[in-house]
Design a binder for this molecule. Structure first.
Ligand code: F6R
Length: 241
């Protein structure tokens, strides 16, 4: 695992977006998997801007959504699907065959997980994964205590995730379960970037990088990834030794 720190959120986001654009230029059929949320928000905006400005051919790349709140339809403005639809798919006018997200309204979520695992297999694996870190150390909805060896699965959400997750919605919403890509896929991904910004993430970044590698603190798995990068701003790095 490598650690990269930038002065601020703008620089961190520009670096990540540049990396993805260059990767698409050198491998047009790149498979990108991303988390939604506050952290990768500017990366998504810059990715769209740069792909257009640089006239990159993004007609062959594939986008995979890392996770979704169980029960939420894509039309819910707090859903991961809505986030990617409005920030990436529509601005880039991607064809539906270019992206794959969990259908969290399915009444057969096990099958939904199998569908995702199969899709990843058929694509030959994920090239780049961009993830964030939760206030309990989760990645995706791999909550504390989740086995490092899981494929896609349904998770009972931790109390921290349920309360912090309220920030994505206009009013209070009951969040109970999540559907997520698991760490078996993360470990098989060619390059993984964990992004973190802001003073409020300093504690969890420190635990992820300097703490023990344990399923009780999921983001510590980054220490095990041969091509894993933790990319932060100065504030999120402020407690590191
Ligand atoms: C969302 C996701 C979550 C977030 C994490 C950090 O798709 O996978 O694990 O990455 O909760 O969220 P933000 O970036 O909003 O602080």
């Amino acid at each position: 695992m490598q650690f990269i720190s930038f002065k601020n959120y703008e620089q961190l986001s520009a670096y990540t977006a540049d990396h993805i654009v260059n990767a698409i230029k050198s491998k047009p059929d790149l498979v990108l998997c991303m988390a939604s949320g506050s952290t990768p928000s500017l990366t998504c905006d810059l990715l769209v801007e740069k792909l257009k400005d640089e006239h990159a051919d993004y007609s062959k790349f594939t986008f995979i959504g890392l996770d979704e709140w169980v029960g939420l339809p894509p039309a819910n403005s707090g859903s991961c699907h809505y986030f990617f639809k409005t920030k990436v798919f529509e601005p880039l006018q991607l064809r539906p065959s270019q992206y794959h997200l969990f259908d969290a309204t399915s009444n057969d979520l096990k099958k939904e997980c199998e569908r995702m695992d199969q899709f990843i297999d058929e694509k030959g694996g994920i090239d780049i994964m961009i993830v964030g870190i939760g206030m309990n150390g989760h990645i995706g909805f791999n909550e504390p205590g989740t086995s490092f060896s899981l494929l896609s699965h349904v998770a009972d959400l931790d109390e921290t995730t349920k309360s912090v997750g309220q920030k994505y919605f206009n009013g209070p919403v009951e969040l109970d379960k999540g559907i997520t890509i698991g760490f078996s896929h993360l470990m098989n991904t060619k390059k993984v970037f964990l992004l973190a910004n802001g003073r409020h993430k300093a504690e969890v970044v420190k635990k992820a990088i300097e703490g023990p590698v344990t399923e009780d603190f999921p983001a510590s798995i980054m220490q095990k990834h041969k091509n894993g990068f933790v990319v932060t701003d100065e504030e999120a790095a402020s407690l590191l030794k």
